[in-house]
Design a protein around this ligand. Structure first.
Ligand SMILES: [Zn+2]
Length: 113
């Protein structure tokens, strides 16, 4: 389950930010997760609860924002929404697609004290 290491990464960022910005407690975390990032949202929630136990984010609420995937079709020169990698363009049926959004996971916002 790679969500476990992703959550460890998130916690690492929280700890680094806590040092940099001098806060001691994280109350809420907003995570943006692209629909093509391969991250399982339910697994992410479960792992987050486990990872943050007895840390500065012990009581933090995890808010997940799903980012729909979008790609640029080179053939018809427009942005289209896609469900998964290797989908064909719904307009021209072509496969010259460049994914522009929805492949990543990032921390959007933190509420701290
Ligand atoms: Zn197209």
């Amino acid at each position: 389950m790679h969500e476990m290491s992703l959550c460890e990464g998130v916690l690492q960022i929280l700890e680094d930010e806590a040092q940099r910005q001098h806060f001691s407690k994280v109350k809420a975390v907003w995570l943006e997760i692209g629909t093509m990032s391969g991250v399982e949202i339910e697994a992410m929630r479960f792992c987050f609860d486990v990872i943050v136990r007895n840390t500065l984010a012990d009581e933090a609420t995890l808010n997940i924002i799903e980012i729909p995937a979008e790609a640029w079709c080179v053939d018809c020169a427009q942005t289209i929404s896609i469900q998964q990698r290797y989908d064909a363009c719904p307009h021209c049926g072509g496969y010259s697609l460049q994914v522009i959004r929805g492949e990543a996971m990032r921390i959007k916002e933190l509420e701290v004290e």
